[in-house]
Design a protein around this ligand. Structure first.
Ligand code: SF4
Length: 323
């Protein structure tokens, strides 16, 4: 029995890594059995930060969609599509922007962060309106559930506020959407910081088994543990912390007592990750060898999504006397 309608997306700003897989995708794979689910590649959103690299956005759009499917999203259970294939998102974005005070957007914490992070001298209208586009992504499907991380909660709250304001002016159209918090510890990267493509410390879903082994060999461990017999401090070790996110860090005492060395630990981690990623890589490879399959799946996903988006727009245009 479906719990309702669910929507989530990811920006194609790079290849997806283990953090994306375990922090979001693995959860989506479970949720597709519980909800009428829509998952999309947010290529319009990527324009806010990669306007000078649109060819890359195109390439990553396919790569991210491939990762979605390789991770286990099943096109028979959910809709997988590309945002720009559903033009109704843009129409609703325009209409919602009329009902969104600028002050609400200026208060969104990620807006200020992005502005500082990207050292932007001028902020584009698109970057500022990014949360309105996100609201239209959600509201156009009348989604009642959105899986989110902590950092996206302000966006979701803004979506609720915009939806309420719109309902107040034009009548009850949008339901309240609920954030489904993803319970997962942040995945440490190769250098021990949070795994992120911008830190260049990630293990990618698309990496080969050999690339994964090489990356794991380069991982940060306890610098005081030079030999196997030296007493180690696992708490600050990236290898230990990565295994811990998988509940596999049973070498704590052996490390401290000097009974295990970093080489052995890294071998265990690489073997574990390669086992975890093997079926995903196999599906990935198959999709890459048959690009027409991906085209078909994305077209069918867009068809499913468009049907719902069009029905919502008919209702909205009538409510706003734009029909
Ligand atoms: S033995 Fe293992 S847990 Fe200890 S520092 Fe080396 S890699 Fe980390």
């Amino acid at each position: 029995m479906s719990k309702g309608r669910l929507l989530s997306g990811m920006q194609p700003t790079g290849m997806l890594h283990l953090g994306n897989l375990e922090g979001a995708l693995a959860n989506w794979v479970k949720l597709q059995d519980e909800y009428e689910a829509f998952f999309f590649v947010a290529n319009w959103h990527a324009l806010t930060t990669m306007l000078d690299r649109t060819e890359e956005i195109k390439r990553y759009t396919r790569a991210v969609a491939t990762d979605f499917l390789a991770a286990g999203l099943d096109p028979n259970k959910c809709a997988v599509f590309v945002q720009s294939d559903i033009k109704e998102h843009a129409e609703l974005h325009l209409l919602l922007s009329m009902a969104t005070p600028i002050g609400w957007l200026e208060r969104v914490p990620t807006f200020k962060e992005k502005q500082e992070q990207l050292h932007l001298e001028t902020v584009s209208y698109g970057l500022m309106g990014y949360p309105v586009l996100m609201s239209s992504d959600i509201l156009i499907y009348k989604a009642n559930a959105v899986p989110v991380g902590q950092d996206q909660l302000p966006h979701l709250e803004l979506t609720r506020e915009i939806g309420r304001r719109f309902n107040y002016i034009f009548g009850d159209i949008f339901p309240e959407c609920e954030g489904l918090m993803t319970e997962y510890a942040a995945m440490p990267g190769l250098d021990g910081r949070k795994m992120s493509k911008s830190y260049n410390n990630a293990i990618y879903i698309a990496d080969t088994a050999e690339e994964t082994e090489t990356k794991v060999r380069s991982m940060y461990t306890d610098p005081l543990k030079m030999r196997k017999t030296d007493p180690g401090h696992p708490a600050g070790c990236a290898v230990y912390n990565l295994l811990k996110t998988y509940g596999r860090a049973d070498m704590h005492e052996d490390c401290e007592a000097g009974r295990i060395g970093c080489v052995e630990c890294k071998k265990r981690l690489a073997a574990f990750l390669n086992d975890r990623l093997a079926p995903i890589r196999e599906r990935r490879m198959e999709l890459e060898q048959h690009p027409e399959k991906l085209d078909e799946i994305l077209a069918a996903g867009a068809e499913k999504a468009r049907k719902v988006a069009r029905a919502t727009m008919v209702e909205i245009r009538a409510a706003m006397h734009l029909d």
